[in-house]
Design a binder for this molecule. Structure first.
Ligand code: NDP
Length: 521
């Protein structure tokens, strides 16, 4: 079922928890986006020439200043997202120094110059190496669901690699991005990190105004547009997109812990997490007990009370609330049962944490990203059916199996077509900077965190120095000796090495003579 969308307040203009107005933020013009890129570009070469240990020290200073001034950012996050300061601290702020340390730890290896080993027989006198060079100015476009961490997890490796950065926050969380840019200005060279505010057209302007590389986090639909525009301009682009994560609950799981873990990863941040558990496949044998416990647990959760004890905040925007309502209505129409929740709550965009039982694969809540506090349960015959259904998705971010049999769980988890497979947990690698965060299918191939994030922030340059006083045997002129030489090289590869060498050696001399004559002696 789908009804026409009503009109909503402009993004970022009101608090999601109580609808109070927020101070307006000016949007950048196209010219201002170009000017921001130019400022970062002017600051970047000196930064790239700064020794890595100094860049690493600056990352620690950035992580530290964010933590030290946490009260300020928690207040901004609370106003822009409606989540409690405690929730914001735990999911976004607490890890800043850990992310800086982790990016620092792998930087030297990830950015090292590689020596190339060349055959002295085939390439005498030549030496070569591969450098890792910054792209120049990297654009980072982030969504609203975690408006701080979705910047800094990319900022650290981008800056360590020697790039300048222009950030484009979501128009509904501009103040968080502005605060982060101000902290960068506190500890980094002037102009190295810029922020441009505005809607999607400002994000697109990063590409049209000449950014050198783009890191995009957001929805599949926008990710396709950004990737296409980057492709047209041959600008490197990395995209981390939506999810529709599955959790598989086996009959032998530790039921209490499994319910606690799955409820948390379904409903945390009101389900507005790219790696929320959006589909639970539970084996029939344990389904009744699992559902019963989920209903009891979810029923205790508190949404956005102003006393600071909320388990979760409201939905971030009115369109998001409307979408969640559409998904629940569609599921009910197709036979799902709402066991708890299923309606709005509070004075803002709050939606009561909801358990939907008897979901099926024809429902939007199982096929499309819902991004709401919905625990949608599909009952399955066995683990085989669960794996098959889990893989029947256009997305592939995290996937988990919950069981006491760790070996079986691991084997099943590794059959899930996802970027991160887990046993008895879900999504936790998002706050482990040592673990790569990546996906397949619609989730996109971008990689954040760990040393595997660095390829997005460097280009490679091969350097070759030739000290050979002899000319290469392949150069002009193309004479009969060249044909015989080429044939002998083929024979050396597929036939007798020694025999071919004996043929090659006299030919080399003849080729040198011909090439020298060609070059004028
Ligand atoms: P959107 O795709 O709507 O927006 C993401 C960012 O792109 C915003 O800053 C947005 O600006 C900007 N943008 C919009 N249109 C364009 C355009 N044409 N060119 C350039 N930039 C543009 O995503 P949401 O903000 O709604 O975020 C939620 C989505 O992000 C979910 O699908 C979620 O799964 C995904 N996500 C994925 C993560 C991952 O690691 N895989 C992590 C976190 C979220 P504005 O908001 O102002 O329109």
């Amino acid at each position: 079922m789908s009804t026409p969308a009503p009109t909503f307040p402009a993004p970022g203009t009101v608090r999601p928890d109580d609808g109070r107005a927020l101070a307006p933020v000016a949007f950048a013009t196209r010219e201002e986006v170009g000017a921001a890129i130019a400022r970062a570009r002017a600051a970047q070469p000196a930064w790239a020439a700064t020794p890595l240990p100094q860049r690493q020290a600056a990352m620690l200073a950035l992580g530290r200043v964010i933590l030290e001034r946490r009260a300020e950012i928690l207040e901004i996050l609370n106003a822009e997202t409606g989540r409690s300061p405690l929730e914001c601290l735990v999911s976004e702020v607490i890890g800043t120094l850990d992310f800086a340390r982790s990016a620092n730890k792998v930087a030297a290896a990830a950015l090292a110059t590689e020596k190339v080993s060349l055959s002295m027989v085939d390439h005498p006198g030549k030496r070569a190496y591969i450098e890792a060079l910054p792209h120049g100015v990297v654009g980072i476009i982030a969504p609203w669901n975690y408006p701080l961490i979705n910047f800094y997890k990319h900022l650290f490796p981008a800056l360590l690699a020697g790039n300048g950065v222009v950030m484009k926050p979501s128009e509904s969380c501009p103040r968080t991005g502005a605060w982060l840019a101000a902290r960068c200005a506190d500890v980094l060279p002037q102009d190295l990190v810029q922020v441009v505010q505005g809607a999607g057209d400002v994000g697109a302007a990063l590409l049209t105004e000449g950014i050198d590389s783009i890191t995009f986090t957001g929805s599949v639909a926008t990710g396709r547009k950004v990737s296409a525009l980057a492709g047209e301009r041959l600008v490197p682009c990395t995209a981390e997109l939506g999810g529709k994560d599955a959790a598989i609950v086996l009959a032998d799981c530790d039921l209490g812990r499994t319910v606690a873990g799955i409820v948390y990863w379904s409903i945390h941040n009101a389900g507005q997490n790219c790696a929320s558990v959006e589909r639970v496949y539970v084996e029939e044998a344990v389904a009744d007990a699992f559902v019963q416990r989920c209903v009891a647990a979810v029923g205790t959760l508190r949404v956005a009370p102003q006393d600071g004890t909320a388990d979760l905040g409201p939905l971030h925007t009115a369109p998001q609330l409307w979408l969640v309502e559409q998904h629940v209505a569609d599921a009910v129409e197709r036979g799902a049962t709402v066991l708890v929740g299923g309606q709005r709550t509070g004075s803002g965009w709050g939606y009561a944490p909801t358990v939907l039982d008897h979901c099926t694969h024809d429902m939007r809540v199982i096929r499309e990203e819902t991004f709401g506090p919905i625990l949608a349960i599909v009952r399955v015959k066995d683990a085989e059916e669960a794996v098959r259904r889990a893989n029947d998705s256009g997305y592939g971010l995290n996937g988990s199996v919950w069981t006491k049999d760790l070996a079986r769980g691991e084997a099943l988890a590794r059959r899930l077509q996802v970027g991160v497979s887990l046993v008895n947990n879900h999504a936790i690698p998002a706050i482990m900077p040592e673990m790569p965060w990546t996906g397949v299918r619609g989730t996109g191939p971008g990689v954040a965190n760990s040393r595997h994030a660095y390829p997005a922030y460097v280009r490679r340059r091969g350097v070759l120095v030739d000290s050979n006083r002899q000319a290469d045997p392949w150069w002009f002129p193309a004479d009969a000796n060249l044909a015989a030489f080429a044939e002998a090289v083929v024979q050396r590869s597929i036939g007798s090495f020694v025999g071919a060498l004996l043929t090659l050696l006299p030919l080399l001399g003849k080729r040198q003579k011909a090439i020298r004559e060609f070059g004028g002696g």
